[in-house]
Design a protein around this ligand. Structure first.
Ligand SMILES: *Cc1c(COP(=O)(O)O)cnc(C)c1O
Length: 382
């Protein structure tokens, strides 16, 4: 009982050793000269940006990447000193880029103009920036037609210099789109050459995300941007196969755990929960557990659509999921002596985030980042 977290029945247990082991796995399949940018946006995919960044910093990571400037400032204020890419820079926050020594990813001419003006104002010379090129994702980035005017701006100043040029692939995990992906890579090579020839200096290049690392290893260039794989999630079955063949494989980093609050013996025909939606078709033992939709347990798992894992067994969710609790059917495991206070796995070793995502017709990224702030992050090492 003493090992239990007394005041937080519901926790996201984050295994830092698994994180490091996953990092080393990717390190081992990359060329030795390829540098790894670890993507810790969205609070490190929900697991806690500071603790994970600190662990990565202690284990030889080259750089980190976040989405918004506030995330970068947060890490700096906590003492993270690695380069931090800010991928979705806005024109309103350019002053802070310099103040916190962040690495801005520039995707727009207007922002480029403004960051040069800001650098000039502060007498800053040769500040490293990163250019994002749109090769087909059509999210952020300079289009091919914008490259000449971009070069023009860059050549007429010495306040910033291009440290890297990158692009993002839209469909690395789907072999159906491999022609599309290869076209993106070709266009990236072509546009970055054009930039290099005009700027007359060299810069680093990067285009791969996690799945890209496994599926398009020839497009490593100088760096890769590793996100979901680091957190032990497979986004294609192919990756899983590759991992199984090698002596390394990625391990799940996060386990979402709740506890049994109360167990009830109910009769056939009685109902469970709001709107009397959980109708019992047999005499049942029903456990109320400490997690609900406010904690990030998707309400669409109500009424047997989802299950949880208790003492080695899968147990259906009965009735509608409530805000901070839900009820599960433990009738089949009653003889195993389930008790109030026992641990319940929502996802982790036994229930794969990948399969939950599939059930919800979404991506594992969303399942992970949906674990809300009501759930305490607890860090373990083994
Ligand atoms: C989120 C993100 C990544 C990481 O992608 P994963 O699929 O999680 O590896 C890489 N690059 C950019 C630009 C991103 O936005």
């Amino acid at each position: 009982m003493f090992s239990k977290n007394r005041i937080n029945p519901t926790i996201l247990e984050v295994n830092l050793s698994a994180l490091v082991s996953n990092f080393n796995y990717f390190r081992s399949i990359l060329n030795p000269s390829t540098r790894i940018i670890c993507v810790v946006k969205a609070n490190a995919y929900g697991m806690g940006a500071y603790r994970l960044s600190k662990t990565l910093q202690n284990n030889g990571v080259s750089a980190l990447a976040v989405a918004y400037i506030g995330e970068g400032i947060f890490l700096r204020e906590k003492g993270i000193y690695l380069p931090i890419f800010v991928m979705n820079v806005e024109k309103y926050s350019l002053h802070e880029i310099f103040k916190y020594n962040l690495s801005p990813c520039i995707y727009d001419k207007n922002i480029l103009d403004l960051i040069i003006i800001e650098a000039r104002k502060q007498n800053i010379l040769n500040y490293p920036i990163h250019l994002k090129i749109d090769t087909g994702m059509h999210r952020l980035g300079f289009c091919s037609e914008c490259i000449p005017s971009l070069i023009n701006i860059l050549k007429n100043q010495n306040n910033v210099f291009v440290q890297s040029v990158f692009s993002h692939l839209a469909a690395t995990n789907n072999p159906i789109f491999d022609d599309f992906t290869n076209k993106q890579i070709k266009l990236f090579i072509c546009l970055s050459k054009q930039l290099e020839q005009s700027l007359k200096y060299s810069f680093q290049r990067h285009i791969l995300n996690s799945v890209g690392i496994e599926r398009f290893p020839n497009a490593q260039f100088d760096m890769v941007r590793l996100g979901i794989g680091l957190y032990g999630i497979y986004t294609t079955t192919l990756c899983k196969k590759i991992a199984e063949k090698t002596k390394y494989s990625i391990k799940p980093v996060a386990v979402l755990k709740a506890r049994i609050l109360q167990i009830k013996k109910l009769k056939k025909g009685e109902t469970v929960g709001y709107n009397c939606n959980g109708v019992l078709n047999r005499n049942s033992y029903i456990a109320c557990i400490s997690i609900g939709y406010a904690d990030g347990l998707n309400r669409r798992f109500s009424n047997q659509c989802g299950s949880v894992f208790i003492h080695g067994h899968s147990c259906h969710i009965i009735g509608d999921i409530c805000m901070d609790t839900c009820m599960v059917d433990i009738t089949d495991i009653k003889n195993i002596e389930v008790m109030e206070g026992d641990e319940v796995e929502i996802f982790g070793e036994n229930i794969m985030i990948e399969s939950l995502a599939k059930k919800l017709q979404t991506v594992p990224y969303e399942v992970l980042t949906s674990v809300s702030n009501t759930v305490k992050r607890v860090y373990v090492e083994n």
